[in-house]
Design a protein around this ligand. Structure first.
Ligand SMILES: C[S@@+](CC[C@H](N)C(=O)[O-])C[C@H]1O[C@@H](n2cnc3c(N)ncnc32)[C@H](O)[C@@H]1O
Length: 319
């Protein structure tokens, strides 16, 4: 009873503030091995949860995020003025720099700031609770809103553009490739049938179309639209390619003995990270610090259910 009341109170407060509970904060900081006075790059700033932990340990942080709201909120938290440069929003202080950018451009951000010695780089992939719970961002099948899903709302195709514009076969492939959705063909067929009479514009419309042809999974009891929404989000934000582009740039930027720590939330991302770390180790460029990926404790999952699929992998650069 008490837990439910606290939970509901938190939900109300979350809607009022930029909210995201950092996943595996202690483990992340431990693996980053934060040394006071050195620079770290937080590639997924979000609500600044991990950034604040690095700052508390005396590290300096360059925080990157695609999302305007994340940059503005963290700037507000640290009383930083946000400037609108031609490359995106920026905010500066002696120990914290914020840059609105895709982390795939991490090399350009570091070059622009002229910071060469980077002791650690951190990724906490995916979306923030704030993004998921802000209806108008269009990430959630639980909240009716325009079907958007762009992390950077200033450009690019929305989820509605994909749903209404791709051919049936392309939709089915997308749902299978990025959502591992077993009913991808049936869902794509239904979408194409429905959109002949009316453009699909909202999260509710799409969720209802999916529910009409796909029952709730008896195994994991997730909402029938879960996998399709994940697939669309990954495609809209080109998430896998951004990660593939960012990892080699990140490992090039790191100083020797620097740490690269990544938390991923689904098998597609985790595979990319695992394979890239293995390649670096085979080439004797890095030492893998996490044989098996680190997962959140039971206690953390109870407090923060969104952490449950998190997997943390870390390497140390050796040459
Ligand atoms: C899981 S949240 C990070 C939460 C943060 N670590 C915290 O504890 O507050 C992921 C964030 O990464 C951002 N993001 C996702 N893909 C990105 C990319 N390719 N480049 C830059 N930011 C990205 C999202 O906009 C979101 O704010």
């Amino acid at each position: 009873m008490f837990v439910t009341i606290i939970g509901n109170l938190c939900k109300i407060l979350n809607k009022m503030n930029y909210y995201h509970k950092p996943v595996m904060p202690t483990e992340s900081i431990e693996y980053l091995n934060v040394t006071p006075g050195f620079w770290y790059i937080d590639c997924n700033l979000g609500g600044g949860g991990h950034t604040s932990k690095i700052l508390e340990k005396g590290g300096k942080v360059i925080g990157i995020d695609l999302d305007n709201d994340a940059i503005r909120e963290v700037a507000k938290k640290y009383n930083l003025e946000v400037v609108n440069s031609k490359r995106g929003l920026r905010a500066f202080s002696d120990n914290l720099i914020l840059a609105q950018s895709n982390f795939a451009n991490i090399d350009q951000v570091a070059y622009e700031l002229d910071i060469k010695e980077i002791a650690g780089i951190f990724f906490d992939l995916g979306v923030s609770s704030f993004q998921l719970e802000t209806a108008q961002r269009g990430f959630s099948f639980n909240l009716d809103a325009p079907l958007d899903m762009r992390m950077d709302q200033s450009f690019g195709a929305t989820a509605a553009d994909l749903v209404n514009g791709l051919h049936e076969k392309e939709l089915a492939e997308l749902f299978w490739k990025y959502g591992e959705e077993n009913f991808s063909k049936v869902i794509a067929k239904k979408i194409v049938e429905v959109r002949k009479s009316k453009r699909i514009e909202t999260t509710n419309q799409l969720a209802n179309i999916i529910s009409s042809v796909r029952r709730k999974s008896p195994v994991d009891r997730t909402h029938p639209a879960t996998r399709v929404f994940q697939a669309l989000r990954i495609a809209v934000n080109d998430e896998i390619n951004s990660l593939k582009e960012a990892l080699p740039k990140a490992s090039n930027l790191l100083s020797i003995k620097g740490r690269l720590v990544v938390i991923s939330f689904h098998s597609l991302e985790d595979r990319v990270v695992k394979n890239y770390f293995k390649k670096l180790e085979d080439e004797q460029k890095a030492k893998i610090l996490t044989g098996k990926p680190i997962e959140p404790s039971e206690e953390e999952v109870n407090i923060n259910p969104r952490s449950r699929s998190g997997k943390l992998r870390a390497i140390e650069k050796v040459s």
